[in-house]
Design a protein around this ligand. Structure first.
Ligand code: ZN
Ligand code: ZN
Length: 365
C-alpha cells in the first residue's frame, strides 16, 4: 500500500485548506494513511511531519505496521500526546496568528475536543477539517481492489452454505452461525457486520439481525452478509423463498431484481450516485412498489462496511473509476415479507464490473 503517497497528498492539501496541521483520530482513516491497525492511535500531519502516536501496548505492532510516519509511544492517551508534541514543536511561537489544528469533527466527541483544547498551549485553534480522507478513500487503488475482490469471493462462498442450511424449523441464528463458521474457516478474521438472516415476516425488517426465530414453512428469507479480509469488507444480499411459491412472491422478487439491474446499468464514470438511486426507484415506481423501498440504494465499501459515497436520492457525488459501491434496492411490506438483492460493483474506465459472482435467479428451497 502506498501509505507515504496517501499522507503526502493530504499534506499537500493542508495550506490550501488553511490548516497548519491535521490530527487524524478515526481508526480506519489512520489505518488507510499509515497502516496502523491498533485501537489506540492518533496521526498528526503537518506540512513537514508525519507522526503516529500510540500507547505502550502497541509499541512493537506500531513499529511493524506504520509506514511513512514516525511512531511515538506515549504515556498519555494518543490525542493528548499529539497535542503536547505540537505545543513543543510549534513554529514561530512568537507569531500572533493562531495555529490552526484540523480535527475530524464527525468522530471526535465534545468531551475529547475539550480535553484536546485543554492540552494545547495558547495560540492554537481547533477547526473541523473537511472530509479529505473520506474523499480519498472513495477511489480504491489496484491493491485495495485486489483485497476487495478476495473478500467478495470468500463472502460469496458462504451463500451455498446458507442454502444447505436454510429449511423450515431451523433458527435464523443457526444459519448465521454456520455461515460465520465457514467464513472463519475460509480465512476471514471477522464478519463485516452481524450476519442478517431474516425469515418470514421478519424479512420485512431491512436490518433484521438473525434471531432465535425458526424459519417458517413459507416465505422469503433475506440473507445479508460479508467478511473482512486483509482489512477490506465485502457485502452482499440474496433473498430466497421457502415453501410453496405464489405469483405474488415471484412478482415482487422480479421487481426488485429489475430495479437492481436498472441501477447497475446506470453505473459509469460521470454519473451521479443520485442518478443510480433514481434508476432503482423509477423501476419500482412502475410496479407501485416505490413506497416500500425505504432505504438508500447503496453505499461505498472498503476498509469500512459503510463509507462514502452514499448512493441515495439527490446525492451529487460523481462516480469515477476505482469506486466500489453496493447496489441493494429492497421492498418491504410490513407484517408480510421483504426482498433485497445486493451486489458490489466496481466503477471501471468505461462502465462497471459487478464483483459479486452469485446468481440472482429466483430460488425456492
Ligand atoms: Zn448488505
Ligand atoms: Zn450494504
Amino acid at each position: 500500500m502506498d501509505h507515504l503517497g496517501r499522507m503526502r497528498r493530504l499534506q499537500e492539501q493542508l495550506s490550501q485548506q488553511r490548516l497548519d496541521s491535521f490530527l487524524v483520530s478515526q481508526l480506519s482513516n489512520i489505518r488507510y494513511l499509515c497502516g496502523f491497525t491498533g485501537s489506540a492511535g492518533a496521526l498528526l500531519l503537518t506540512e513537514r511531519d508525519r507522526r503516529c502516536f500510540t500507547d505502550g501496548r502497541y509499541t512493537s505492532q506500531a513499529r511493524q505496521e506504520v509506514k511513512g510516519a514516525k511512531v511515538v509511544v506515549g504515556r498519555t492517551p494518543p490525542l493528548l500526546a499529539a497535542a503536547q508534541w505540537l505545543g513543543k514543536h510549534r513554529r514561530n511561537s512568537r507569531s500572533r496568528t493562531p495555529q490552526i489544528l484540523g480535527i475530524e469533527g464527525e468522530y471526535l466527541t465534545v468531551a475529547a475536543q475539550k480535553r484536546l483544547k485543554d492540552a494545547l498551549p495558547a495560540g492554537f485553534r481547533l477547526r473541523e477539517a473537511p472530509p479529505l480522507i473520506e474523499r480519498a478513500r472513495m477511489v480504491k487503488d489496484t491493491e485495495e481492489i485486489q483485497h476487495i475482490r478476495a473478500a467478495v469471493v470468500v463472502g460469496a462462498s458462504l451463500f451455498p452454505t446458507a442454502l444447505e442450511t436454510i429449511r423450515p424449523g431451523v433458527r435464523e441464528n443457526e444459519v448465521a452461525a454456520v455461515m460465520e463458521y465457514a467464513a472463519h474457516k475460509a480465512g476471514a478474521r471477522e464478519m463485516s457486520f452481524a450476519t442478517i438472516i431474516a425469515a418470514g415476516c421478519r424479512s420485512a425488517l431491512p436490518h433484521g439481525r438473525a434471531s432465535e426465530q425458526p424459519i417458517p414453512s413459507e416465505g422469503f428469507v433475506v440473507c445479508d452478509f460479508g467478511v473482512i479480509l486483509a482489512g477490506y469488507c465485502s457485502d452482499m444480499t440474496r433473498t430466497v423463498y421457502v415453501g410453496r411459491v405464489g405469483e405474488d412472491a415471484r412478482d415482487i422478487y422480479e421487481a426488485v431484481r429489475e430495479a437492481q439491474q436498472a441501477a447497475i446499468e446506470t453505473v459509469r464514470p460521470g454519473v451521479t450516485v443520485g442518478e443510480v438511486d433514481r434508476a432503482a426507484r423509477n423501476l419500482l415506481k412502475k410496479c407501485n412498489l416505490a413506497k416500500f423501498f425505504t432505504h438508500s440504494t447503496g453505499h461505498g465499501v472498503g476498509l469500512e462496511i459503510h463509507e462514502a459515497p452514499r448512493v441515495a436520492a439527490g446525492q451529487k457525488e460523481v462516480l469515477c473509476p476505482g469506486m466500489v459501491i453496493t447496489i441493494e434496492p429492497g421492498v418491504y411490506i410490513p407484517g408480510k415479507w421483504g426482498v433485497r438483492i445486493e451486489d458490489m460493483v466496481l466503477v471501471t474506465e468505461h462502465g462497471r464490473e459487478v464483483l459479486t459472482p452469485t446468481s440472482k435467479q429466483f430460488t425456492a428451497l
